[in-house]
Design a protein around this ligand. Structure first.
Ligand SMILES: [Zn+2]
Length: 454
């Protein structure tokens, strides 16, 4: 089973919308109360409040504040969990100290399990019932894949004044073609990488394919830039000076957000087209593990590379890094194929010569876009070279990289989803509470080189 997220637009009537707003207000209140509690305990007693401390207080909290009785208790727990996740990433240095959230911008709430709500329909339009609020809302949208709904997040976008239902569903994955006995078909392997100059570079053993960034982003970026400029010229709200936003400012902001969402939608559509095409033609996908965070980090203060880095960040972020990767991966897996994620640090695809295997440290420099090997004089464009190395590693013909895939820590993409263990999701907490320990699932060790070697 694999998990997919599908988003539908909700069309509540007036009465229903009032209830949604009320629930949103309560969840925002709870969120802020949890932050206040943590701050107070730390200031007064130097005590770190945990998720469980707060969760155990919920029944008492509900007694003191009877209006919370209308909310689903698992959804309330999920809101407490949101605070916990925010603090966790703060403690890990990934973000700043969690702040109080204004009710105006508060996004919504989550039903972390299957109870308390129900979807009526088969992935195309339909209705959504929320038991706690006692409402049945009209829902529109079409899911790319549909299965058993598992969690529901209600999202409100204040700028657009729209409600959405973000539903995760379990969809079946076809049994892998590559059982232990069957032989792999090497002619249907594709190595791909998300490049800096092009959105995607692929290599299938014979030919390279370079997919350009779609042109629409540049055009619409220009439009967004102009609209934002208009927005800046209008009277923005300022709480400190008690200035209210002008109607023109509100209108201009709406225009900006409308344009941005349109770009996001067009980009997503483009991504699905590109990735579906690749996934339909190949059975095995090979790519490297990407650390987008590091690559898109800001350049150091005073660094000469600041501008270059900013441009690069933009080109990385504008193709939706990570998602293209994941989309090809899940699409290949869904049709019964196999995804291999190579460990970047060990293989060093962008620094290794595809022909002789020599590792060139200076190739790591991102400005170095065309590589000439100092040992064998092989020359190749940076992005093409690295997909070629990955292809060679997967088919076990890469010189200077004789290790077997499982020895060098190669994982299939099904593993990497299991690695998200530190986050402490609602599901995992539930399991922890019930003290039920499932037997560890054997890791998938099926790799092409393992087959070739055995
Ligand atoms: Zn070489």
């Amino acid at each position: 089973m694999a998990t997919r997220r599908q988003t539908f637009r909700l069309y509540p009537n007036k009465e229903q919308e009032q209830k949604l707003f009320e629930a949103r207000r309560l969840h925002a209140y709870l969120y802020n109360a949890c932050i206040a509690n943590r701050r107070f305990e730390w200031k007064a007693n130097q005590k770190t409040v945990t998720y469980f401390d707060q969760q155990n207080c919920l029944p008492e909290f509900k007694e003191a504040w009877p209006e919370f009785a209308i909310c689903n208790s698992q959804a309330l727990q999920a809101t407490v969990k949101r605070v916990d996740l925010a603090y966790n990433s703060f403690f890990q240095g990934l973000r700043g100290l969690p702040q109080f959230k204004s009710i105006r911008d508060y996004s919504g709430w989550t039903y972390p399990a299957t109870s308390g709500w129900k979807v009526w329909g088969n992935g195309k339009h339909g209705r959504l019932t929320l038991n706690d609020l006692g409402i049945n809302i009209r829902m529109r949208g079409q899911a790319r894949e549909w299965g058993k709904p598992t969690t529901l997040t209600i999202v409100y976008k204040p700028n657009q004044n729209k409600w959405f239902a973000s539903i995760t569903v379990d969809v079946p994955i076809l049994e892998s073609k590559f059982g232990s006995q069957s032989q792999l078909e090497y002619e249907k392997i594709i190595a791909f990488d998300l490049g800096t100059e092009t959105a995607l570079t692929t290599f299938d053993g014979e030919k390279f394919e370079q997919i350009e960034n779609p042109k629409f982003t540049k055009k619409s970026e220009e439009k967004i830039r102009k609209a934002s400029k208009q927005l800046r010229r209008k009277r923005a709200p300022n709480k400190a000076q008690n200035i209210k936003a002008s109607n023109r400012w509100k209108k201009a902001r709406k225009r900006v957000s409308k344009l941005s969402t349109k770009v996001a939608r067009t980009r997503k559509d483009w991504q699905h087209k590109v990735t579906s095409d690749i996934a339909s033609r190949y059975d095995i996908g090979v790519t490297e593990k990407l650390e987008t965070k590091k690559m898109t980090k800001k350049a150091k203060k005073g660094s000469k590379r600041k501008k270059q880095k900013a441009g690069l960040n933009k080109s990385i972020l504008s193709v939706g890094f990570g998602t293209l990767n994941q989309m090809i991966a899940y699409k290949i897996e869904q049709k019964g194929g196999l995804m291999l994620i190579l460990p970047t640090k060990k293989i060093k695809p962008s620094q290794r010569c595809p022909k002789c295997g020599k590792v060139h440290k200076d190739w790591a420099e991102l400005s170095n876009r065309y590589h000439v090997c100092s040992k064998c004089k092989f020359e190749i464009q940076r992005d093409k070279g690295s997909v070629m190395v990955m292809y060679n590693v997967a088919t076990d013909v890469q010189p200077g990289c004789g290790m077997r895939l499982e020895d060098c820590g190669c994982s299939s993409s099904t593993d990497s989803t299991k690695k998200r263990k530190q986050t402490g999701s609602m599901k995992q907490l539930g399991q922890k509470k019930r003290q039920s320990f499932k037997a560890k699932v054997d890791r998938v060790t099926q790799t092409p080189s393992a087959n070739a070697a055995g």
